[in-house]
Ligand binder design. Sequence first.
Ligand code: GLN
Length: 258
Amino acid sequence: MNMKKLISMLLISACIVSMAACGSKDEGDKKEESADEKQTLVMATNAEFPPYEFHDGDDIVGIDAEMAAAVAEELGMDFKIEDMAFESIIPAVTGGKADIGVAGMTVTESRLKNVNFSDTYAKATQVVIVKEGSDIAGPDDLTGKKIGVQLGTTGDIYASDIENAEVEQYNKGFEAVQALIQEKIDAVVIDGEPAKEFVKDAEGLKILDEAFTEEEYAIAIAKDNEELLEKVNGALKSLKDSGKLDEIVAKYIKSDAE
Ligand code: GLN
């Protein structure tokens, strides 16, 4: 009787021990596998471009940051952001330092020589910011003026085409706006949504009604990474179809209360 009891107890404890051993082994294997398999999607950006990417304490947030994180999730990948100068983003992508460049980046012919672009995910404009009371009433009045831009952006390229204009290049759009406030320059040419953010936080500035150009944003990917391009386009499509992308945009761009 006692012996039987002892044996059955031994059997039960042996079972428990082996189950536990088995269980922990399984878990260990799984962890190893996922560490091997789960790759990290690295996004290069310039986090000086609200509402698309900007610093919030130690975090980089914004439409692009959340959209790219959602793309990574769709692809079952981990996600990481590398913050750098706008000019460094395409070199980071072509050099393999980053997988994707997401920075409110406009699709242009000249960039297409160096990288592929995903399907577009936003429409944008270049606008003109001036001081209240400025004699500049539209893009045509920029001839011969001092124009501030963010270095290497489409605003920089357009401003450089304006006759007799003196173009001042800044590393951050915000710095161009500061220069305008201090009357070091006459106008800033920059993307419409960041313009709204910068003007909102400053006094005595306005955005001209007439937009300078229309453009579209897309994700930059190395030309030799066709596989990732396809995957990203697939993920973007499902984010568009599910309404998730709209949701992210709505979080950061409040429709103007008229
Ligand atoms: N859309 C502009 C460009 O692509 C500006 C982007 C930016 O400053 N982040 O050049």
